[in-house]
Design a binder for this molecule. Structure first.
Ligand code: PLP
Length: 416
């Protein structure tokens, strides 16, 4: 629904002081957590204006994470599809294998330098946020506990072992659907109990204020780098702005990170791709915006946004081939950007995702994360509808090593 035209919207004005993006966002938490959120907000606002803190973070991003990540022209994929020229932002090449490290390192450093806490709890779905958090905790010498649903532990086994190698304790969660939502519940429970000593290192642009804005800001480095790289052929860019940017949307952090610096560029379409699972009709998906019956305004885990729910308002079970997109809600800023007509959302089924996965492997020599393969799956459809002199930029949010078991099973069962 378009309420306003982008030119009349002040993108810099959200969230407002109460943490709202229009009707979305806010702080829906128990009283006991309000002081912790206030403390976090104060620390973050302080850090943003602290040159020493920002310089230390920038130094680590460069010397430890390997930023800036490159921009790659996907020549063979572009030729095969015969339409727009496709460029890939290579977050798969960031240390620990995904964009998640940008936020994990930012929050861990914030906790270490600005808050008197000694322990981190986090949740993880695909395991990438857990690995990123375990990595940052090891680097900075912080105790770390990661909660993970047992279903996700099974399908992302290599990442469970990775976290353990990095010195993190992984606690299994076997309530509910045993996926990300349930892991978040447990992490919040731990946080409430140990709030004096513990920081909750949330992994997406979700949760109560200030998390959606803070995570967006830590992830905006992706879009800021792209803004420069796209315009500079020496940095691998086409020498112009993209016509469209495509990113997968779980909670929405890699998407908001690449979108945000381009919000004022009205000529750039911003396209988020949700998990279409087995398709919208049978309800086995995680496409919050695409399901008109079950995707409705609701509150989940501290924030108001679109939430997949049944007719009684109970949180619906979700399905996606990728653990990182398998979540019933979506970051509040995406819901707002969609309302004001600045970004658009579509979905990619498991089947299309596997096609995108295969295409990137065979034509570009890159094994993508299944989450990122959703964005590629959509580009298989989008690029041929565009002109050859147009440009699509895709956020390749992570690498696919963690998904080899799932993909082997899917291809073995003939689902391709
Ligand atoms: C590689 C990768 N991409 C994308 C996502 C989805 O998260 P977000 O929507 O916050 O970027 C995940 C989540 O685990 C992930 O591991």
């Amino acid at each position: 629904m378009t309420l306003t035209t982008p030119s009349s919207v002040n993108f810099g004005a959200v969230p407002d002081e109460s943490g709202r993006f229009g009707p979305y966002g806010g702080k829906y938490v128990p009283e006991t957590l309000m002081p912790a959120l206030d403390e976090l907000e104060e620390a973050y606002l302080n850090a943003r204006n602290d040159q020493e803190f920002m310089a230390e973070l920038a130094h680590l991003q460069h010397t430890y994470v390997g930023r800036p990540t490159p921009l790659s022209y996907a020549r063979r994929l572009s030729e095969e599809l015969g339409g727009a020229q496709i460029y890939l932002k290579r977050e798969d090449l960031a240390h620990s294998g995904a964009h998640k490290i940008n936020n994990a390192l930012g929050q861990a450093l914030l906790m270490k330098r600005k808050m008197g806490k000694t322990r981190i709890v986090a949740e993880t779905g695909a395991g990438q946020h857990g690995v990123a958090t375990a990595t940052a905790a090891a680097l900075l010498g912080i105790e770390c506990i990661v909660y993970m649903g047992t279903v996700d532990m099974e399908r992302q086994k290599p990442n469970v072992f990775r976290m353990q190698l990095l010195g993190t304790e992984v606690r299994s969660v076997d309530s509910g659907s045993q996926t990300l939502k349930d892991a978040i519940n447990e992490a919040i429970r731990d946080w409430v109990t140990n709030v004096e000593t513990t920081h909750y290192l949330l992994g997406s642009a979700l949760g109560p204020h200030p998390y959606p804005a803070m995570v967006r800001d830590f992830q905006s480095i992706i879009g800021l780098e792209c803004y420069r790289q796209m315009q500079d052929p020496a940095e691998g860019g086409p020498g112009r702005m993209p016509d469209a940017i495509v990113a997968c949307v779980g909670g929405g952090s890699n998407a908001i990170g690449i979108f945000h610096p381009f919000l004022e560029e009205e000529g750039v379409r911003l396209i988020g791709v949700e998990a279409g699972g087995h398709g919208i009709e049978d309800g086995e998906h995680a496409a919050r915006f695409a399901d008109p019956e079950r995707g409705r305004l609701g509150v989940l885990q501290g924030t108001k946004s679109y939430v997949l729910q049944d007719s009684d308002g109970q949180i619906a079970l979700t399905h996606s081939i990728s653990a990182g997109l398998d979540y019933a809600s979506v970051g509040p800023e995406h819901a707002w950007l969609r309302d004001v007509g600045r970004s658009e959302y579509t979905y990619c089924t498991d089947r299309q995702t596997l096609e995108g996965f295969k295409a990137l492997c065979e034509l570009e020599g890159i094994i993508p994360a299944l989450e990122s393969a959703h964005a590629i799956g959509h580009v298989l459809e989008l690029a041929p509808q565009m002109e050859r002199d147009q440009v699509v930029l895709v956020n390749l949010s992570g690498r696919g090593d963690k998904d080899l078991g799932t993909v082997m099973q899917a291809f073995g069962e003939g689902s391709q």
